[in-house]
Design a protein around this ligand. Structure first.
Ligand SMILES: [Zn+2]
Length: 873
């Protein structure tokens, strides 16, 4: 699946109330399945209000035991249970159906009726915009039929669907269609077969009035695959980018991983109500419409990039997820970390690799680092969970991808590829573990990677202290490295980790690489590395390309950072020098110290004026670190002080570089041009506009309104509105009104309208957000809409952490209300409240009060209970 994106130890938290229904599941308790299900026949009589599901399972006893057959269910009532055609005794144990089966093999038939329209959790079979669709990962299949719903039970599926033809003319499921026909009363049916055994979480079904954008792809062995993207008719013109992305992804996976698509057809369906980004069901990917639909008038360049990324991600899962799946949900990163690494590499190859790396690291720092230092910290391969839906996290996905990237760095591209070839060959058609993956890389490369396995089991972000001494007389530079990992919940004592650090030395005078790049493996608590033949004072360029997901603390002066920002030969390190230079000023400013912004202004000016750098890189490099990221660097977080310090620096740059920024803001690119240069030009334009508004609010408002009014694309329009929403005056009100009126029929653009206001840097944002929650266009039942308001607001550091505590109350209200409808989405809103330990005492106490209020709510879901009780600590 693809995710969507969006703290003092003064007192001890109270014990969370005991909760008998919330059982913790542990990795060490894994046992192979008692019964296997080689084949399943499903028969659906589909309707929105009630759908009848008959299932026929061929079951086989697995191993020598006399345990009964246990079929997981969730809110299902069996209407009939037959074993080999006969009535047999059965019992319900909690939500599960338990049957004593006498022999080692049997045909088990069950029948249930489910209610798609009443399914507000959006797990299992549900209704969305008049269509029916499914989401089964992780445990949604048990809301459709009784089944051993775990990823290590793989079955061949044959599925029959019957429905009213006028309302549901299109019937789709996994695999290939084998038969179809018409029935009396305007009904029709279709039968499909999936030749590849798969776990139940990859089952999918769609029924609705949909139209296809059709295309085809010829694989490297010459097989023609029919491609279709299914949407509502009106959305068809917005599907071309997704189709181009799909074909590019198919070709890339053949070229880079030697992986070819295996079925005769590949279907993608767009759905408006969807908990996650998209889902890799075999041959039938189901997508959140936000990751399919785009044209330049309604979608930003970021949306276009996200569509390419998510389409590729889900497609890549066909091998890393579907053909080789996970043995149990503790191994989730086996498919997700690897597939995120694959989609990151794909995006890097499609555009600027340096800018892509910067974007990925920024979101890692914004989302995963706080997770790793907070109460919800967990390893890439967790040891326990109450609700697996809570573990679709930045740690499993993004830190998991960094782990794979480190293995790639250490082995090199060729050996890594040999390793993945062996992995796919060895485990094709199987449910595998993270250990299996590492073993395949080791066996193919002959390299011992056992030390790296600690990255799967140990949580927390390592901190590396780095310091260089230079002895001009002997021409030696000595690099002292030291690592530590702070304790995380359940892991008080940490071991040293293997940290691959791409490192070089840059001459302070010459700006040249005076010690060429080498890969240093820091695997001891302390290490010393000597560089000989160093002819001038060196500047340290370390963790180049962000070769390890760690925090590097290198004592470098503003002068050294300014020099590196200008001349480092690694683009990421160059970006990093700018960010460190800014971070030093921001943290000092937040502590109330006088700061000298001149070195940063000079460095930003040099960056903007450079002919060698592309505009996208310039935009990334001059962006100031976000307030949440600055907060991570503070002992005690004071959101007002951080906000003030960042605003002062934004003003200083806006004034100091007004000519350069005005030039950058004036550069335009045609809205339909999506080349890297055009996208970079637009990105830099809006970043420049933001600084200009920081330097002179009136001039900024004027320019932003002009950019808004003349924009021929959503990127420029949204960039302008993002600046206007934080300002005062009629330009703001006029633009917000015009935007809403023009796009009120397009739900994805209305989401932007909510998100922009929730992200506004204003003293009254919390009031505005409360008001927006009462807006007629706001609804909690649509996950995108709920995230656009509540999710974005909770990421708006200054506004959310308003001293009144109103922001915390608002979020808690949202969580409690959403929990009744969709626990998975409610639980995902909890983490910002878990930062209470890091804040000054008043905010800290208020956040905890809200968490206690959530935990104390009656009938709270397991999802939200786990997140809120762990957040209390
Ligand atoms: Zn995924």
């Amino acid at each position: 699946m693809a995710d969507v994106r969006t703290i003092t130890d003064a007192e001890t938290a109270p014990e969370a109330p005991p909760s008998p229904t919330h059982v913790t599941i542990r990795r060490e308790d894994y046992r192979p399945p008692d019964w296997l299900v080689p084949e399943i026949h499903l028969d659906f009589v589909l309707d929105t209000e009630s759908t009848r599901v008959r299932a026929r399972l061929s079951v086989e006893r697995n191993g020598d035991h006399d345990r009964p057959l246990r079929l997981a269910g969730d809110a299902l009532t069996p209407l009939s249970v037959l074993v080999d055609g006969a009535d047999v005794p059965w019992r319900m144990e909690g939500p599960d159906l338990v049957i004593d089966v006498a022999g080692d093999r049997a045909a088990v038939e069950t029948e249930v009726v489910i209610h798609p329209a009443a399914n507000t959790r959006l797990m299992g079979l549900y209704a969305s915009g008049g269509m029916l669709c499914t989401q089964c990962e992780a445990e949604g299949f048990r809301r459709i039929t009784f089944f051993p719903d775990r990823p290590d039970v793989l079955s061949r599926y044959r599925v029959r669907m019957e429905a009213d033809e006028a309302r549901f003319p299109i019937l789709l499921t996994n695999g290939n269609p084998v038969a179809s026909g018409r029935l009396d009363g305007g009904r029709h049916w279709a039968e499909w077969e999936d030749p590849f055994p798969k776990p139940s979480y990859l089952f999918a079904l769609v029924a609705g009035d949909l139209k296809p954008n059709r295309d085809s792809f010829t694989t490297m062995s010459g097989r023609k695959v029919d491609l279709a993207i299914w949407v509502r008719e009106a959305d068809l013109p917005k599907t071309d980018h997704a189709m181009e992305s799909l074909k590019a992804a198919m070709a890339w996976d053949e070229r880079v991983y030697g992986r070819e698509y295996d079925l005769d057809l590949f279907n993608i369906v767009a759905v408006s109500d969807f908990n996650m980004g998209a889902m890799e069901n075999k041959g039938l990917n189901i997508f959140n419409s936000a990751y399919v639909l785009a044209d330049s008038n309604t979608a930003t360049d970021v949306d276009f990039d996200n569509i390419a990324r998510v389409v590729a991600h889900e497609y890549f899962h066909n091998w890393s997820g579907d053909r080789v799946t996970c043995r149990d949900w503790f191994q989730l990163s086996l498919k997700e970390g690897f597939t995120v690494f694959r989609d990151q590499s794909f995006s890097a190859d499609m555009g600027s690799a340096a800018v892509k790396r910067i974007e990925d690291v920024r979101s890692l720092r914004m989302i995963q680092f706080p997770e790793d230092s907070g109460p919800l910290a967990h390893p890439v391969r967790p040891d326990s969970y109450m609700e697996i839906s809570n573990f679709y996290t930045a740690t499993i996905y993004n830190k998991g991808a960094e782990l794979i990237r480190m293995l790639h760095t250490v082995l090199g591209a060729e050996k890594f590829r040999a390793g993945t070839d062996l992995y796919f060959e060895r485990h094709d058609g199987e449910a595998a573990t993270c250990d299996d993956f590492v073993k395949a890389l080791e066996d193919a490369s002959g390299v011992d990677l056992s030390a790296f396995k600690i990255w799967y089991s140990q949580a927390g972000t390592p901190v590396v202290e780095a310091h260089v001494d230079y002895d001009a007389g002997s021409g030696t530079a000595t690099l002292e490295l030291e690592q530590r990992v702070a304790p995380t919940p359940g892991q008080p004592d940490k071991k040293p980790m293997p940290i691959p650090l791409r490192t070089a030395l840059i001459g302070e005078q010459s700006g040249a690489e005076i010690a060429s790049e080498q890969l240093i493996l820091l695997d001891e608590p302390r290490q010393t590395v000597r560089f000989d033949g160093v002819t001038e004072a060196p500047l340290l360029s370390i963790n180049r390309g962000f070769s390890a997901p760690v925090i590097v603390r290198a004592q470098r002066s503003p002068h050294a950072l300014e020099r590196l920002a200008q001349s480092d030969t690694d683009p990421f390190a160059r970006y990093e020098a700018m960010q460190e230079l800014a971070m030093g000023l921001l943290t000092a400013g937040a502590r109330g110290e006088e700061v000298d912004a001149e070195p940063l202004i000079r460095a930003a000016g040099n960056t903007l004026g450079s002919n060698a750098l592309d505009p996208a890189f310039k935009a990334e490099a001059i962006l100031l670190p976000q307030e949440a990221v600055i907060a991570e660097r503070m002992e005690v977080v004071d959101p007002d002080a951080i906000h003030r310090a960042r605003e002062q620096l934004r003003t200083a740059i806006g004034r100091g570089l007004s000519a350069e920024l005005t030039r950058a803001q004036a550069a335009t690119a045609p809205g339909t041009d999506h080349s890297p240069l055009a996208k970079g030009t637009r990105r830099l334009r809006s970043v420049a506009l933001n600084f200009i508004a920081g330097g002179d609010a009136a001039a900024g408002a004027h320019l932003a309104k002009a950019q808004f009014d003349t924009a021929d694309n959503m990127t420029d329009r949204q960039g302008a509105l993002a600046v206007l929403v934080s300002l005062e005056g009629t330009e703001r009100e006029d633009a917000l009104k015009a935007f809403f009126e023009r796009f009120s029929d397009d739900p994805l653009v209305v989401d932007k309208w909510f998100a922009l206001q929730a992200s506004a840097q204003r003293a009254d944002t919390v009031e505005q957000v409360e008001k927006l929650a009462r807006h007629p266009a706001f609804t909690m039942s649509n996950p995108n809409r709920l995230r656009s308001l509540a999710g974005n607001f909770s990421m708006n550091h200054w506004a959310f952490n308003d001293a009144s505590g109103r922001g915390y109350r608002f979020l808690a209200d949202m969580i409690i209300a959403a929990d009744k409808l969709n626990p998975q989405i409610a639980a995902r809103l909890v983490p910002p409240l878990g930062r209470w330990r890091r804040f000054e005492p008043v905010r800290s106490a208020t956040m905890r009060e809200q968490l206690e209020r959530i935990v104390g709510t009656s009938d709270l879901s397991r999802d939200t209970y786990e997140q809120a009780s762990k957040s209390l600590g």
